[in-house]
Design a protein. Structure first.
Length: 149
């Protein structure tokens, strides 16, 4: 048996032992590893809910008045937050919608880089060529860039 089959059997056994009809799995979504886990759970009609890392940390602080991060306490805290309904559901689009989301994320990243670099260039121009902005309204005007070359 592989890990996926064991997980499915474990969930079915847990549901029959507790006489429950549904399993909700909760996790703290750090990094990108939980995406594969969510895909597996979706294939087996199991809902995955996420708990914010900030909420987990704050809840642990309140429970034992200790701000230390200890991974041994995380599962218990996450389970308590899920039991109390303090979680959010995630929607992972598929097909065209997944592509649109990915393109949007890439565009946001590129725009942030553009703004950062644009501000950096404007700072250099103001430092080394203070008169540049008296002649040109925008740093990236065609004639201004030709002059700089």
């Amino acid at each position: 048996m592989n890990l996926k089959q064991n997980a499915k059997l474990w969930m079915e056994e847990l549901m029959s032992r507790t006489e429950m009809k549904k399993v909700i799995v909760g996790c703290e979504p750090t990094s990108c590893y939980w995406f594969t886990f969510q895909k597996f759970l979706q294939e087996h009609d199991v809902q995955l809910v996420t708990v914010s890392p900030f909420t987990v940390n704050r809840s642990m602080e309140l429970d034992d008045n200790c701000p230390e991060k200890r991974d041994l306490k995380d599962p218990k805290t996450i389970a308590q937050l899920v039991k109390d309904g303090r979680y959010s559901t995630s929607y992972l689009p598929s097909g065209v919608y997944a592509g649109i989301r990915e393109v949007n994320v890439c565009r946001d990243r590129i725009m942030k880089q553009y703004v950062r670099l644009s501000n950096q260039i404007q700072g250099w121009l103001q430092k080394f060529f203070p008169e540049y902005f008296e002649c040109y309204a925008d740093w990236d005007s065609t004639s201004g860039l030709m002059l700089l070359k």
